[in-house]
Design a protein around this ligand. Structure first.
Ligand code: AMP
Length: 188
């Protein structure tokens, strides 16, 4: 099978990590979740760990673009270039996207496709109810939606212009959404 470099974007609660995990299980993709990577770093008792914890769990902001790009590049550099990958929750801003392009050229992953899982805010909020993450209090949720609209939607629009975007309706069941992703990527 040809090597695939995939990105999954979508608002919080749209099922990015669930769908990435299913691609891993069914088709052997290696999954890298930007938020998961940062939560791991935030747990470490280092200066960087404290800084990341403050940014993501206390202030609920995005970390610096250079930082998240370096974290993803570090992970990817340890994965053989013939291994298909799926990254979710990145890039979340135009600056990140710009840095990502240069980084992925360095890594030999110049070609990529982006899945955008669309989900209305009310539906996403209902789903997040059961997650129990420390950063899932109402104020933080609201802020993350605002950040998604102001920072990430411009990336989505640019990807659409570049004809790299595959938009998927995230409201059906997990299985139906997966089926749609698999079909649109031509994986079966
Ligand atoms: P997530 O698990 O994707 O909801 O991410 C959790 C938190 O990590 C976000 O609310 C941000 O504070 C931070 N984060 C995740 N991905 C990124 C990214 N690509 N750029 C900057 N910050 C990020």
């Amino acid at each position: 099978m040809k090597v695939s470099n995939l990105v999954i974007l979508g608002p919080q609660g749209s099922g990015k990590d669930t769908q990435a995990d299913l691609l891993a299980k069914e088709f052997g993709f290696v999954v890298i979740g930007a938020g998961n990577e940062l939560r791991e770093i935030a747990k470490t008792d280092t200066q960087l760990g404290k800084k990341v914890n403050q940014t993501i769990n206390v202030e609920g902001r995005l970390v610096e673009p250079e930082l998240i790009v370096a974290v993803i590049e570090d992970r990817l550099s340890k994965i053989p270039p013939d291994q298909s990958i799926v990254v979710h929750g990145f890039p979340r801003s135009l600056r990140q996207y710009e840095l990502m392009k240069a980084s992925w050229v360095r890594l030999g992953r110049r070609n990529y496709k982006v899945i955008f899982i669309e989900l209305p805010e009310e539906e996403a909020l209902k789903r997040i109810g059961g997650r129990g993450r420390v950063d899932d209090h109402p104020e933080a949720l609201k802020k993350r939606f605002e950040l998604f609209n102001s920072e990430t939607m411009p990336v989505v629009r640019q990807l659409e212009n570049e004809k790299k975007l595959i938009s998927i309706d995230g409201s059906p069941s997990i299985e139906k959404v997966q089926e749609e992703i698999v079909n649109r990527l031509g994986l079966k």
